[in-house]
Design a protein around this ligand. Sequence first.
Ligand code: HEM
Ligand SMILES: N[C@@H](CC(=O)c1ccccc1NC=O)C(=O)O
Length: 279
Amino acid sequence: MTPSAYDPGSDGAKMNYKDAMSYGDYLHLSPVVSAQHPLSNAHDEMLFIIQHQTSELWMKLAIHELMSAREMMNAGNMPPAFKMLTRVARIFEQLNGAWDVLRTMTPSEYTEFRDDLGPSSGFQSWQYRMIEFILGNRNPNMVKPHAHHPDIAAALEAELARPSFYDDAVRLLYTTLDGPGAVPPAPNLNAPHEANDEIKARWKTVYENVSDYWMLYELAEKLVDMEDYFRRWRFNHVTTVERVIGFKRGTGGTAGVAYLRRMLEVELFPELWHVRGDL
Ligand code: HEM
Ligand SMILES: N[C@@H](CC(=O)c1ccccc1NC=O)C(=O)O
């Protein structure tokens, strides 16, 4: 007698979704898993596409978390803001781990389809640029590649028109230490935040009096943690790029590795790093 196959339906599993919302319906998987369109016959192009698409999905979540975290912080509701910042750091950790998959692609394999990419490049990732703008690494020139998508350009411009996450954190630092009317140095919304000694002095007070300023201390450490993971992403990127294309120019037109190395020097929250040498 042939044993009959186990039917989870006999234990109560719902097996028919003709008139009910299924997994794929809820997640809209059909468009997601149909959105991979390799332009070549190269085996590794699928890896390249999925690596970028999944990165963009995680970036979408990072933006969602950062926007809400900033709102919570500005409303004085710090515990949820902290939780969201921790999540953003974990998202970057996830993105950092993903480089290990992409690194399995050799220069020979990438060369098979690189020409098909034309002038497209991660340089044109608007979600990446949005994350940088939210965190405070701002350069209005970086909106230009998005001029042909007015809604995206407008979203980036709107972010440039408001204080960055760090500008708002610094405002909280001032109002907590100096009183509710305190005004921090006016932020330049259109340029990267520049290190400022007055801001650093206040963070120093926080780090030297942690029990008095536990909330700001925790905020500072969450920000440092997030930037730490972000820096690792940049480093993994430039190392993978050197490993795969050496010192060739980028498809986006930059010098490639030289451009990306320059980006390694970016400090999102400079005072939080500089103050450590003064403690
Ligand atoms: C073999 C893999 C990769 C290579 C060879 C590569 C190469 C490059 C190069 C040369 C640039 C400089 C811009 C240019 O001229 O094109 C760049 C920028 C960029 N890439 Fe990649 N990349 C790779 C993978 C990735 C992945 C997986 C992501 C994830 C989304 C990514 C996101 C970005 C971003 C956001 C930028 C802009 C960085 C900035 O402006 O600071 N790249 N990439
Ligand atoms: N800039 C890369 C091309 C590249 O990596 C890329 C091309 C299209 C879509 C995403 C990409 N990833 C990151 O830049 C290169 O120069 O080979």
